[in-house]
Design a binder for this molecule. Structure first.
Ligand code: PEP
Length: 256
């Protein structure tokens, strides 16, 4: 399985800034064999950047899209419109769940729409600080995971990526804390068990699991060596070219 290094740029960079960043990134980006490099710019930048990138070296992700392919949905962009422009889509990010009130039903429809349009969904799941404090982590993880996958057929399970992002570890959350490798490992076991119980061991082991939450070059190595972790979803540090490329190099070394 590949190691995924995914940068989530959120609401940062103009189209011009994003293009300059990618120009610099591509100039020195080796053709990593086992590391899949992905960035998720703002929606408005995706189309021009799709003409700029070398898809042998890296891929683009959408940060969101709407689950209907067309129709009277003012202001929305569909996965069908993104087909051919992006290879991945981040779905169910905690900022979408808590700021934009997306629930598991909405997330499930988006996951299905992405797959229908040949876009790999990166389904984000993760407990809040208070859910963890009340001992609800296992239930939240299971509900978000199985809920988010509820419209995915068994045949399509291998087209999905899961990202475990504890909300309390995301750098933009006030007083965020760093997750420890042990805490991540516990949740990876929960995810694997829920997948195995629902889909069987053979299908479950095909699903990559990423970790996200204040990842930077000093902790990336320890997170990438957590058993069952297949990559990283990176917010803040992906905006800094040097940090993002350092994390790719760390991923390459961990793989070697
Ligand atoms: C994120 O929001 O997906 C994220 C992981 O952010 P950060 O790396 O900044 O914590």
């Amino acid at each position: 399985m590949k190691t995924y290094i995914v940068g989530n740029w959120k609401l940062n960079f103009t189209v011009g800034e994003a293009s300059i960043y990618l120009h610099k990134l591509l100039k020195n980006l080796p053709n990593y064999r086992d590391v899949e490099v992905v960035v998720a710019p703002s929606l408005i930048a995706l189309q021009p950047l799709s003409l700029q990138i070398d898809r042998h070296k890296m891929k683009l992700a959408a940060q969101n899209a709407f689950y209907r392919d067309y129709g009277a949905f003012t202001g929305e962009v569909s996965f069908s419109q993104l087909r051919g422009i992006v290879d991945y889509a981040i779905i169910g990010h905690s900022e979408r769940r808590y700021i934009f009130r997306e629930d598991d039903k909405m997330v499930a429809k988006k996951v299905a729409a992405a797959i229908r349009n040949k876009i790999t969904p990166i389904l984000c799941i993760g407990e809040t600080e208070s859910e963890r404090a009340f001992g609800e982590t296992a239930d939240v993880i299971r509900d978000q995971l199985i809920g988010g996958l509820s419209e995915v057929s068994d045949d399509d399970l291998d087209k999905v990526i899961i990202a475990y992002e504890p909300v309390w570890a995301i750098s933009s959350v006030r007083e965020c804390k760093l997750a420890t490798p042990d805490e991540i490992s516990e949740v990876v076991k929960l995810i694997k068990k829920a997948l195995k119980d629902t889909y069987g061991a053979n299908l479950a082991e095909k699903v990559p699991i990423l970790f996200g939450g204040s990842v930077n070059p000093s902790n990336a190595g320890s997170y990438l060596t957590v058993p069952g972790i297949n990559g990283l979803l990176i917010g803040g540090a992906s905006l800094i070219l040097g940090e993002f490329t350092d994390i790719m190099e760390i991923a390459k070394r961990v793989r070697a």
